[in-house]
Design a protein. Structure first.
Length: 265
C-alpha cells in the first residue's frame, strides 16, 4: 500500500475500467476483483460507472476493502455547482455511498471552483481523497493559489514512450502521488516486442508488461493496467517478486520520445 498525503492508503497497482462498454467493464472488473485487485479506476466520461458499481456490489468483497476512483469530466462552464451535481450523478451510477478518490479529469473550466467543491465533498464524507488528472506543473500551481487541500494524486499519461519523469518528480516532491494511465501504451509502437524491454524481461523471467509496470512502481508511480483477459489480469499484478536495477530503469527511461501518444486529449 502507498500512503497518501491525507494519511489514507491506496494499493500499489490498479485496474482501469476504460473498457469498451459498461457490460464489458462489469465483466472485467469482476475478474479483477476476484483475482485480487482492490484499486478500481473509472470515470464519468468512460461510460462504465454503472458496470463498475455492479461488479463491486456483486463481488462479495467488503466495500471498505475496495479503493474506488472516479473522475469528473469538466468543460469550459464547469464550476462549483456543476461539480457537485456531476459528482452526485456519478455516485448514483456507481450505486455507492462514497468514493475513495475523486479526480478532476482534465484542467478545464474553473479548476479553482471545481476544487473548492471537491474539498466540500471531502469534508462531507462523500469522498475520502481528492486529486487531479492530466495536470502539469502550471495547472498545479494555479490550483494551489486557492486550494486548502493539496491533491492526493495526479493521474498522468506515463509509459516508456512518454515517461513524464520531470512531472513525476515534481509531484513526489510535493507529496502528490502520481498514477500512470496508459501504463502499457495500449501496446502501441510494438512495445511488447521492443528489444530493450524484451531483454530486460528475459533477464528477470517476466513479461514485457510486467517489466513496464515494475518500472512504474520503482519510479514512485501507481500503474493502472486494463485487460479483459483473466490470465493477463493476473500477470499484470505479479510484479512484486523482482526488482529492476538502476541501469535497467535508465535504459527504459532512455526510450522516452517526449511526445504524447494522445495529443489533444
Amino acid at each position: 500500500m502507498v500512503k497518501l498525503n491525507d494519511d489514507l492508503q491506496i494499493p500499489e497497482i490498479g485496474f482501469g475500467a476504460m473498457i469498451y462498454s459498461d457490460n464489458a467493464a462489469q465483466r472485467a472488473v469482476s475478474l479483477a476483483l476476484k483475482n485480487g485487485y482492490r484499486l478500481i479506476d473509472t470515470a464519468e466520461t468512460y461510460g462504465t460507472e454503472k458496470g463498475v458499481g455492479d461488479a463491486i456490489n456483486n463481488s462479495g468483497i467488503p466495500r471498505d476493502e475496495i479503493f474506488l476512483t472516479t473522475k469528473i469530466w469538466p468543460n469550459a462552464r464547469t464550476n462549483y455547482k456543476s461539480t457537485v451535481s456531476q459528482f452526485k450523478k456519478s455516485l448514483r451510477r456507481l450505486q455507492q455511498d462514497y468514493v475513495d478518490l475523486y479526480l478532476i479529469h482534465e484542467p478545464y473550466g474553473d479548476i479553482n471552483e471545481e476544487w473548492r467543491a471537491m474539498e466540500d465533498l471531502q469534508r462531507d464524507g462523500l469522498v475520502k481523497s481528492i486529486g487531479v488528472s492530466n495536470f502539469n506543473e502550471e495547472n498545479l500551481t494555479q490550483l494551489m493559489t486557492t486550494a486548502k487541500v493539496i491533491p492526493a494524486v495526479n493521474q498522468i499519461e506515463s509509459h516508456p514512450w512518454y515517461n513524464e519523469n520531470a512531472l513525476v518528480e515534481y509531484c513526489l516532491q510535493r507529496g502528490i502521488v502520481p498514477e500512470a494511465w496508459s501504463a502499457l501504451a495500449e501496446g502501441r509502437n510494438n512495445i511488447f516486442n521492443n528489444p530493450v524491454l524484451a531483454a530486460i524481461a528475459n533477464r528477470h523471467h517476466k513479461s514485457v508488461a510486467q517489466v513496464i509496470l515494475r518500472w512504474d512502481v520503482q519510479r514512485g508511480l501507481i500503474p493502472l493496467a486494463k485487460s479483459e483477459n483473466e490470465s493477463r489480469i493476473n500477470e499484470n499484478q505479479d510484479i512484486f517478486d523482482f526488482e529492476l536495477s538502476n541501469e535497467e530503469i535508465e535504459q527504459i527511461n532512455q526510450m522516452d520520445t517526449g511526445v504524447s501518444l494522445y495529443p489533444g486529449y
